[in-house]
Design a protein around this ligand. Structure first.
Ligand code: NAD
Length: 471
């Protein structure tokens, strides 16, 4: 895709969006049904493409965490679209009666979507579903780090959609940079906070409104009264899905002082139950690239050199046990074993950056008050997890901290709830999608007041003198 193609497709979509401002619900529904058909007929091919990009990533994970989420969102959107798209009547104050008023939910025009590599289907198509449902044209730029998935998406979308409806733009960071400079009516970006800042700056040139779905360090608080074994299993599950390469993965654990040993043993047992071996295990996703692996190893080395203790959850990487793994080549070397890290400090890279891998620092605390203060002194996280039974403590944490979302007594699941918006706050982003609130992100809510034939407001016209004297 060269610069000219990018602009040609944008112009095509822009002209189409201006020529047909009102996109009937029937047309939007038909587009969503086409997307559904595309996934139904090609799910397997998409799973294979993701597997090729990661080297090791079970098709079951992709089916569950990419395709199922997107399919559920499609179903939910199709079910509620009629109601979401309708004009919304509002009550009229006495002074303006008998006039009438409503809010018109209009398509914005052309929406751009930039997506990351970690859930390359879900994070590409979920925003597209909502943008199409809202009656927009969509251009999608998926990540260059998942080239097989991006190429497969581009091929399928071109087969099922006209370029002026929905189009995939493949390419490297250079293309992504040009893409973020187009004069979109809205731009949704999912990725790192650092790149999010650049995207927001590029969009500001055209006053393009943005939704930024960014990352961050999501804390996982374990209260004093927990069943540590049960909690450790849930934390291990949430942390190790996609080998920790999940924007809402618990980034670090806050544990009552004195429970370190119990937690370490319970976490190790949980990891070994979920993943009896690491190397060659098809369920355990590889780190996306050698560069990303090197970054994680470097973080561990730095933490150790500054006095942290690293506990590997598997003694030694077991040799690959089935024939399949040989076909994965060097991807098996990118299967990084999970590790707990104790004794971390704020000067360590591990506690300064989002980890985005299977490494879990554990920080001990004395009082929940200290936990709340520490979270409030850090950049606002995308997710926050709290495990416990005391509702007063739960509510103190909920009301006195700010995060994109919260999941109580489990991990990750708030993202799968159809009626909850999903988004960050502060450094973890702005704006949210998913649910009706996400739909509102991609429409213009136009205020309409319709005056009646007889209007009391005409009594307020000048000349004022005598009329107001009599009032
Ligand atoms: P990234 O920021 O490196 O890249 C994301 C996308 O931005 C890619 O498609 C890339 O091509 C594009 N890009 C790169 N430079 C650009 C530029 N200058 N201008 C415009 N686009 C540019 O992120 P990543 O490594 O792909 O993903 C990991 C990050 O994404 C983590 O921080 C993670 O927490 C975050 N993330 C957030 C969510 C969420 O929903 N909030 C979901 C998944 C991942």
């Amino acid at each position: 895709m060269n610069y000219m193609d990018l602009h040609r497709i944008f112009d095509l979509q822009y002209q189409a969006s201006r020529a047909q401002v009102d996109v009937p619900v029937l047309v939007r529904r038909e587009r969503l049904l086409r997307l559904q058909k595309m996934l139904d007929e090609n799910g397997e091919q998409l799973c294979t493409a993701v597997q090729q990009d990661f080297g090791v990533r079970s098709e079951r994970w992709t089916e569950m965490l990419d395709l199922m989420l997107v399919r559920n969102m499609l179903k939910h959107t199709l079910k509620h679209l009629g109601k979401w798209a309708k004009r919304q009547r509002v009550r009229t104050p006495l002074m303006l009666q008998p006039g009438k008023a409503w809010v018109e939910r209009q398509p914005l025009g052309v929406v751009g979507v930039i997506s990351p590599w970690n859930y390359p289907i879900q994070l590409s198509l979920a925003p597209v579903i909502t943008a199409l449902a809202a009656g927009n044209r969509v251009m999608l730029k998926p990540s260059e780090l998942t080239p097989h998935t991006s190429a497969k998406l581009a091929q399928l979308v071109a087969q099922f959609f006209a370029p002026e409806e929905f189009c995939v733009i493949e390419g490297d960071v250079g293309v992504a940079t040009q893409f973020s400079g187009l004069q979109f009516d809205h731009l949704l970006f999912t990725g790192s906070t650092a790149v999010g800042r650049r995207v927001a700056q590029a969009a500001a040139v055209h006053l393009t409104p943005t939704t930024l779905e960014l990352g961050g360090k999501s804390p996982c608080i374990i209260a004093q009264d927990c069943d540590i074994e049960a909690v450790a299993l849930k934390v291990a599950y949430g942390k190790l899905v996609n080998a920790g390469q999940t924007c809402i993965a618990p980034d670090y654990v806050l544990l009552p002082r004195g429970q370190e040993l119990v937690f370490a043993e319970a976490f190790k047992a949980a990891v070994q139950r979920l993943y009896p071996r690491i190397s060659g295990n098809p369920d355990y996703t590889a780190i996306i690239s050698k560069r990303h692996l090197a970054r994680l190893k470097q973080m561990l080395r730095q933490a150790q050199s500054l006095g942290a203790q690293v506990h590997w959850m598997h003694e030694a990487a077991a040799p690959a046990a089935d024939g399949d793994s040989t076909a994965w080549g060097d991807a098996v070397e990118r299967q990084l074993a999970p590790a707990l890290v104790f004794g971390t400090t704020g000067e360590m890279q591990l506690m300064q950056e989002e980890i985005f891998g299977p490494i879990l620092p554990v920080i001990s605390y004395e009082r929940i008050e200290d936990v709340i203060n520490a979270i409030n002194a850090s950049p606002r996280p995308l997710a926050l997890y709290w495990f416990g039974n005391d509702e007063a403590e739960r509510d103190a944490v909920l009301t006195r901290t700010v995060s994109g979302g919260v999941c109580v007594n489990d991990t990750l699941l708030h993202v799968a709830h159809d009626n909850l918006p999903f988004g960050g706050v502060g450094d973890s982003g702005w704006g949210a999608y998913h649910s009706e609130q996400g739909f509102l992100r991609f429409v213009h809510q136009k205020a309409v007041f319709v005056q009646s034939r007889w209007a009391a407001t005409s009594l307020l016209y000048p000349p004022f003198g005598e009329k107001f004297d009599r009032m």
